[in-house]
Design a protein around this ligand. Structure first.
Ligand SMILES: Nc1ncnc2c1ncn2[C@@H]1O[C@H](COP(=O)(O)OP(=O)(O)OP(=O)(O)O)[C@@H](O)[C@H]1O
Length: 683
């Protein structure tokens, strides 16, 4: 089974990687720098301010805006953690033939001059990029260019890591030794443990509900657990208690916590920090990608506490600064040789420091990709049987492609006695770039959670959290009924909460406060006045709906007149173009900058008192595009605590042929306050 599984994923990953590279290179070759900037894929008009040394042979390149052109850096969609190319913008250089090269700056034999690195830190005035030290020679030449630009590119490293993991999986010979892997390749039946159970008598958190306690007790007593946490049911809340109980039960216990994204694991680490002795916590991963509050747990910061390591780093920085001023090639060469010797010494000392920090820790937190990092796996190089971990916890498992989940299992094979998965397979699936091969899409969208409940249909390892602490009951009902077999309950503290209960919403002050007493409102835009529009400006042909933008604006103004705070309001649309139009009106024109506006993905795991959901699709063909993705809509409609406002064409949803959308719109006609806006009142 392992061989079939591995080959299925290898072919799918290769296809996905090729799609990703093709899409990115098509954009980078067909669009001008200005168009790439417009679409958030590039940052232009910047220059090199400084280069300094970082952790384990990293260099940090600091870039600032060309003040002659603009005072601030236009960040676009580029964010911390992205892989980018740094290139000089157009400059008149002489190539070999002596002709002026009109292209972006080339080196003497016409090659594009560029470096690649990871965005380490970003602000409106400075970008710090982490480079491999091998790029220092090229990086220092950028001082001589007065303008640079950066391009967002594909992160091929993640594909390589999944591929090598799948290759190792295919090389396993049966019978497989690792009992957790035996479950995953269906070579071991799952039998819940019923003998000499360790029942937890006293929970540390007095607020845990029965379903959370059952999940924790089961995970303590079994080697495979899936904690199924629908929106707001306390998945993270439950994991925090479980981790503490594991550390109490077995003082020598060592836990590896992984997730598909840095934010998924940083959330857990943040909530663990006040509860677990901090010298037991270690965050592995690119310092660039960590929440500031977690940087103190990171190797980068902890290893710098070693004074010798810090002194050597400072010596290297001083030599790099001196190198900039040197004129003679001989001096430069001697200077770089001294830097190389110091770096070799630095690396040796850093690895020793890092090894000590890893061995001292009890809870190591990293992304799924980060779990195969050089720092962690170097401990097996000296001793293949080194006992590093006992338990693996994978959070947000339904947002990860299954090959990603295999990375810690293969990198640390024969280590884990226990595997705990936490997630919700009814929320957003992993993002797949492939569009032309349904088999590949199916293989990569089927998560480890989905596959395990298929190979173990009794689902005895699945523990369902059934009480949610976020939504007014009315808001929760359709999601519970359509996605969770009606099993969700609203905790008494939230079941009836409304906007009018917010301290700032002073009911007395407004004559018509109906809008703050309603949990569910639908503006039905049926008829042909509120038509959608194709957006040519964005490359991937997104869509927007100006009539809906106007309705969103008017509802926001009503809420604001009733003293609903800006930061209590969130606006979601599945379409990027609609998000851009909404931001332009609400942020730029109305100056309501504290109202969060984003796509569904941007709100994953988040919540607001009121969410306004703009569906956009309104056309004669009743086409709904990717609104059909019910897990995406399930996330969108379960973000609000007190009020859900939907702006959309009910007729399109009822006639598009999609059962879920038809059910939802019919249910809302029965249960929501439905309004029929007149276009003349808005445009
Ligand atoms: N047993 C409980 N008693 C009181 N509040 C709880 C309980 N469990 C969870 N909560 C609260 O519910 C909210 C959601 O909890 P948490 O963030 O752990 O859920 P989640 O499943 O990770 O959320 P999502 O899946 O929507 O991202 C938090 O404010 C948390 O404090």
């Amino acid at each position: 089974m392992n061989k079939e599984l591995a080959s299925k994923f290898l072919s799918s990953i290769n296809h996905e990687r090729d799609q990703d590279i093709q899409t990115t290179s098509r954009l980078l070759t067909t669009l001008s720098i200005q168009q790439l900037v417009q679409n958030g894929l590039a940052i232009n008009n910047i220059h090199l301010e400084n280069i300094r040394s970082g952790l384990i042979g990293k260099l940090y390149m600091e870039l600032g805006p060309n003040l002659a052109i603009n005072g601030e850096i236009q960040r676009g969609d580029i964010k911390v953690g992205d892989i980018v190319l740094i290139r000089p913008t157009k400059t008149k250089t002489k190539n070999k033939s002596g002709a002026k090269s009109g292209k972006a700056s080339d080196d003497s034999n016409g090659e594009q001059v560029e470096c690649s690195g990871v965005i380490y830190r970003m602000s409106d005035t400075q970008i710090t990029i982490s480079l491999e030290e091998s790029q220092d020679a090229i990086a220092t030449t950028f001082y001589s260019y007065n303008s640079l630009y950066i391009l967002k590119t594909t992160n091929v490293v993640t594909y390589k890591r999944m591929e090598s993991t799948m290759r190792k999986l295919s090389e396993f010979n049966t019978p497989i030794q690792d009992k957790i892997i035996q479950y995953l390749v269906h070579e071991r039946p799952f039998i819940p443990n019923t003998s000499n159970l360790q029942k937890i008598e006293s929970f540390l958190n007095p607020d845990l509900n029965d379903s959370q306690k059952i999940a924790i007790n089961f995970a303590i007593n079994n080697d495979l657990t899936i904690i199924h946490g629908p929106p707001g049911t306390g998945k993270t809340f439950t994991l925090i208690e479980l981790i503490q109980q594991l550390l109490i039960k077995h003082p020598e216990e060592r836990i590896l916590i992984c997730g598909p994204s840095n934010i998924s694991v940083d959330t857990i680490l943040e909530r663990l920090t006040p509860l677990v002795s901090n010298n037991l916590l270690l965050r592995i991963g690119h310092p660039a990608r960590l929440l500031d509050s977690n940087k103190r747990h990171s190797l980068d910061i902890l290893s710098k506490k070693n004074t010798i390591v810090r002194d050597i780093s400072q010596e290297i920085d001083k030599l790099i600064q001196e190198n900039k001023k040197m004129k003679s090639y001989k001096q430069c060469k001697e200077n770089w040789n001294e830097i190389k010797l110091l770096r070799r010494d630095l690396k040796k000392r850093e690895f020793k420091t890092i090894k000590d920090l890893i061995i001292q820790s009890r809870v190591v937190v990293t992304t799924l990709h980060g779990s195969s990092s050089r720092e962690l796996c170097s401990l097996y190089r000296d001793d293949p049987n080194f006992k590093l971990f006992d338990t693996l916890i994978i959070d947000e498992v339904s947002q990860a492609m299954e090959p990603q989940c295999w990375i810690p299992l293969i990198s640390h094979q024969n280590q884990f006695q226990k595997l705990i998965l936490a997630g919700d397979n009814k929320q957003l699936p992993p993002t797949i770039k492939t569009e032309d091969d349904q088999n590949v899409i199916h293989n990569l969208e089927t998560t480890l959670f989905d596959r395990l409940i298929k190979i173990f249909p009794k689902k005895e390892m699945v523990k369902f959290l059934n009480v949610q602490y976020r939504m007014n009951e009315k808001i929760m009902q359709f999601s519970s009924h359509s996605m969770y077999n009606g099993k969700l309950l609203a905790d008494a503290a939230v079941a009836n909460r409304l906007l009018i209960d917010l301290p700032t919403v002073d009911a007395a002050s407004s004559s018509d406060d109906a809008d703050t007493k309603l949990p569910l409102i639908w503006y039905d835009t049926q008829g042909d006045e509120f038509q959608e529009t194709e957006d040519e400006a964005t490359i991937l042909g997104s869509k927007y709906n100006e009539g809906e933008v106007a309705i969103v604006k008017e509802h926001i103004e009503t809420l604001r007149s009733l003293n609903v705070p800006q930061d209590s309001i969130g606006v979601i649309s599945p379409y990027n173009a609609q998000v851009s139009h909404l931001k332009k009106l609400i942020h730029d024109e109305l100056k309501l900058a504290d109202i969060e506006i984003s796509t569904v993905d941007g709100f994953q795991g988040r919540e607001k008192d009121v969410i306004i959901l703009s569906l956009v699709r309104s056309n004669e063909k009743f086409e709904v595009g990717f609104l059909k993705e019910e897990r995406r809509l399930n996330v969108a409609m379960t973000r609000p605590r007190r009020q859900l406002v939907v702006v959309g064409n009910i007729e399109v949803l009822q006639r598009c042929g999609n059962k879920y959308l038809k059910c939802w719109s019919e249910w809302c006609e029965e249960n929501a306050d439905v309004r029929y806006p007149n276009i003349d009142d808005y445009l």
